[in-house]
Design a protein. Sequence first.
Length: 129
Amino acid sequence: MTFDTLAETFEEKLIFYTGLMDRLNLAVEEGSAGKLETYSELEAQTGRELAELRRCFLAREGESPHAAARERRLETLMEKARAASQKTRSLLRREKASVAKSLEELRKKPRPANFGAAAPSPTLIDMEA
């Protein structure tokens, strides 16, 4: 893989990650547990891939005369990805706090004590007819 190909792959992955954070935000806002789980797993995998690409990029930085320009572009994309990630984490913290508050309110809600015999439930079909 050439340095330019590596840099392009890194750029594409950063753009993908930023879009993924937007989709993760929507899943949180919708309350979609399935999407949230899927996007979270994809976010973790993409984060690992980005770390690997960054490590390779930094190791091969001196191989291209365009390295400085590529690095500036990547810094801009990394900043956008960091901002999107921070926004998502903030939204997740707020949602987690909201769920915890709702659970606490449910726990504190007084429940009537019902120690008497349960009323017989009516049958749906009259067996004697």
